[in-house]
Design a protein around this ligand. Structure first.
Ligand code: ACM
Length: 720
């Protein structure tokens, strides 16, 4: 048997079938299978005919692709020349490109810019982009690859940088070396605002962690990094004016002003804006550790360690609060050049306001009739301060209240309805509802969410223009530098495609095929979303035999963390920011590739009325592997408390394997199974479906499908 790294568990299955195949050969098979699916998709689905690019593994899919025949060889002599507008940022981006190409191919390609206009890739950039990147700047490019050379043309460096990323995705191993297919790509984004928010406040993430992810954003053409810098659990930005903010509110885990400037420059080099968020008036306990005078309650305040929504909130009736914010916003506005400044505004429960007689008196005196109106008053005052410092306010849904100025931008996290409502009222907005990466949804579910769907469908063209795009959000209750990349990637690539590619690019099978490919490429950039899991599983296992490690891997390949916000509810003890993230639930990806592939295999088998003998052999091999896996894992569970936690899940997987085999045997008989058989097998699956150790066994519903198919009235219950 081959012990596979990564995602090729099916190779293990095939080893059982013919005893010879390993990962490499399997990868070829899957590729061919994937291309077959794509070819069929083109035949069956006319919208895909306009998108042959999917076979090119480009992600996001470009606006327009005309494939040619033949290819451009990429060898160690590959060179790039810059013509037209030049600037140091472009030089650096070409050097990065060449470095990346060298990594991808392991060819000794020089990272020096060519002076010879006959370079392999000639770049023509027409003019500079804006000194401070603006929403809606031209990001288009045209990339022409012929058998003798390539040309990349773009109005601005932003387009040039995007085109270079596309070129990197085009280069692949070919029968006689590395090559890029001949192709003409005319590309531009669908939305001007394509963001990723990272919460660096609940769990701190170092600058290097962020830079890795910004590299990932560049690879998939995202252009806004929204930096959530303050929370109940931490104030993470150095303030020279109010040093007690970070000194007392961050456990000494904060970004210095130089570091923030460094990150902004790093992002600009990659065509990415940085929008800072200072969340107020709620989500602000950490501010009050050093500055209790800002709060509405009596205090004293300490850095919050728990997760959830808490009572502390700024005092909207205190003039000193606005004086303080004026200075702080001014200080931060000078560090962050972007035109937009995020003031949060979400989830204020109002309890401290209700309990403060002075605030109640103020409300009465000013005819402020409820807490919502009090927050509107606060937002209005803060908005004026932000404007005074030359910025435009962006805030979560809650800042949209009657009378707020029309230039503010609404970030909709509560639903698409509020986004459409905002657009109707003349406000610009971006969508985040549907793109919360921390909820653990499969990529397909995020991919199905479109900023222009739902209530937005009925907007007028002018109103639609106000929907600028969207942002994925990485809230960090269960995210630290070790597992952060895996919480973001590769699913974020599917969201990036939603924001960049034409609206009719919706084929899920194609998305997954390309996402798998891009996912492996992202590791070349230094992202750790695949490799971290292996490291963490070694910690969990401790000294273990290869057989035990394989058994742990077999189990962890097919489980996912519980979804949505159930992690809090199902925790063995109340989780806090000090809880170690070292369990299996922290180490596994949020979407199981193996689980998804298994579901596809079952569907393939059922779609062929259970007559697909190759699929059946694969299923049988898989079930045997699962059935026998627990015996190999249990010794390890005796030695590691972290493995012991998943021992019951391992038993469930064995039971699923046995139930799956029983279903296949029953189907092979060609006789409908009895009701008692069905009830007995269903009981195993029902047990396996109950989350344990905060894990879901992903194959369980597909095994149930086989049981149903084998049962009286089921699709495969009668003679084959
Ligand atoms: C949020 O999720 N409270 C913006």
């Amino acid at each position: 048997m081959t012990v596979c790294e990564g995602d090729c568990y099916i190779a293990v299955i095939l080893d059982f079938v013919d005893g010879t195949e390993g990962c490499t050969k399997m990868a070829q098979k899957l590729l061919l299978q994937g291309l077959g699916i794509l070819a069929l998709g083109v035949l069956l689905n006319p919208t895909m005919a306009a998108a042959p690019q999917s076979a090119l593994n480009l992600m996001p899919v470009p606006a327009n692709v005309q494939a040619g025949t033949g290819s451009l060889r990429v060898d160690a002599a590959f060179s790039v020349a810059l013509t037209g507008h030049t600037e140091p940022r472009l030089d650096r981006s070409v050097e990065r490109f060449l470095h990346q190409l060298a990594l991808q191919t392991a060819l000794p390609i020089s990272t020096k810019l060519a002076t010879n206009p006959k370079a392999t890739l000639v770049i023509q950039t027409e003019h500079a982009s804006k000194e401070i990147q603006e929403v809606g700047e031209d990001e288009s490019y045209v990339l022409e690859v012929t058998a003798t050379g390539a040309k990349l043309t773009a109005p601005t460096p932003l387009g040039t940088m995007h085109g270079l990323q596309t070129f990197l995705q085009l280069v692949n191993v070919a029968p006689d070396g590395f090559a890029a297919p001949t192709v003409t790509i005319q590309d531009k984004p669908r939305f001007p605002w394509r963001g990723l928010m990272i919460d660096s406040a609940r769990h701190f993430t170092t600058l290097d962690d962020l830079k890795r992810n910004i590299d990932g954003m560049e690879a998939v053409k995202m252009n806004v990094f929204h930096w959530h810098l303050s929370e109940n659990q931490g104030f993470r930005a150095e303030s020279k004016k109010f040093p007690k903010l970070h000194e007392l509110g961050s456990d000494n885990l904060y970004y210095t002003q130089d570091e923030m400037r460094d990150l902004i420059a790093y992002a600009r080099d990659r065509g990415i804006r940085v929008v800072p968020e200072f969340d107020m008036p709620g989500h602000s306990t950490a501010w009050f550790v050093g500055h209790p005078e800002l709060a509405s309650g009596k205090g004293p305040y300490g850095i919050e360690r728990r997760w959830g929504i808490f009572d502390p909130a700024m005092d909207p009736t205190n003039e000193k609060v606005y004086k303080f914010l004026d200075e702080l916003i001014g200080e931060m506005a000078r560090i962050f050049p972007d035109h937009f400044f995020h003031i949060g505004g979400d989830e204020v429960n109002g309890k401290e306001w209700d309990a403060n007689p002075r605030i109640q008196a103020f409300m009465k005196e000013h005819s402020i009739k409820n807490n919502e109106a009090l927050q509107a008053y606060f937002s209005g005052r803060v908005q004026k301060l932000v404007t005074k410092h030359g910025k435009i306010v962006i805030g979560w849904d809650e800042v949209l209240v009657p009378g707020v100025p029309k230039d503010i931008v609404i970030q909709s996290w509560r639903g698409q309805t509020s986004l459409a409502l905002a657009a109707k009222q003349g406000y610009r907005g971006i969508l985040s509802n549907g793109y919360y990466l921390d909820l653990g949804w499969p990529a397909a579910r995020h991919y199905a969410v479109d900023p222009m769907s739902g209530d937005a469908t009925n907007l007028s063209p002018e109103e639609k223009e106000r929907i600028l795009g969207g942002e994925s959000c990485m809230w960090s209750e269960y995210v630290n530098p070790e597992n952060m990349d895996s919480r973001i990637w590769p699913r974020n690539a599917a969201i990036a495609e939603r924001f960049w590619s034409p609206q009719n690019v919706t084929d899920v099978a194609s998305m997954y095929a390309r996402m798998d490919f891009i996912s492996a490429r992202l590791e070349w950039l230094g992202l750790t979303h695949k490799s971290y899991s292996r490291r963490m599983l070694h910690r969990i296992a401790g000294p273990a035999s290869p057989l035990e490690l394989t058994a742990l891997r077999t189990l962890t390949d097919v489980v996912e963390p519980v979804k949505d916000y159930t992690r809090e509810q199902t925790a063995p003890a109340e989780p806090t920011s000090l809880t170690p993230l070292n369990r299996v639930v922290d180490a596994i990806p949020l979407e199981s590739d193996a689980g998804r592939h298994f579901g596809e295999l079952v569907d393939q088998f059922l779609a062929a009325s259970c007559r697909d003998t190759i699929a059946e052999a694969r299923l049988r091999a898989q079930f045997m592997l699962w059935r026998d896996n627990d015996a190999n894992l249990q010794p390890l569970a005796q030695r590691s408390f972290l493995v012991k936690e998943v021992a019951a899940t391992s038993q469930d997987l064995s039971a699923l394997g046995a139930a799956g085999l029983a279903a296949l045997d029953q189907i092979a008989k060609g006789q409908p199974a009895s009701d008692s058989w069905r009830a007995q097998q269903t009981a195993f699956v029902t047990q396996a479906m109950k989350p344990k150790a905060q894990l879901l066994l992903i194959p369980a519903p597909a095994v149930q499908k086989l049981i149903e198919a084998a049962s009286a009235g089921g699709a495969c219950s009668t003679a084959k």
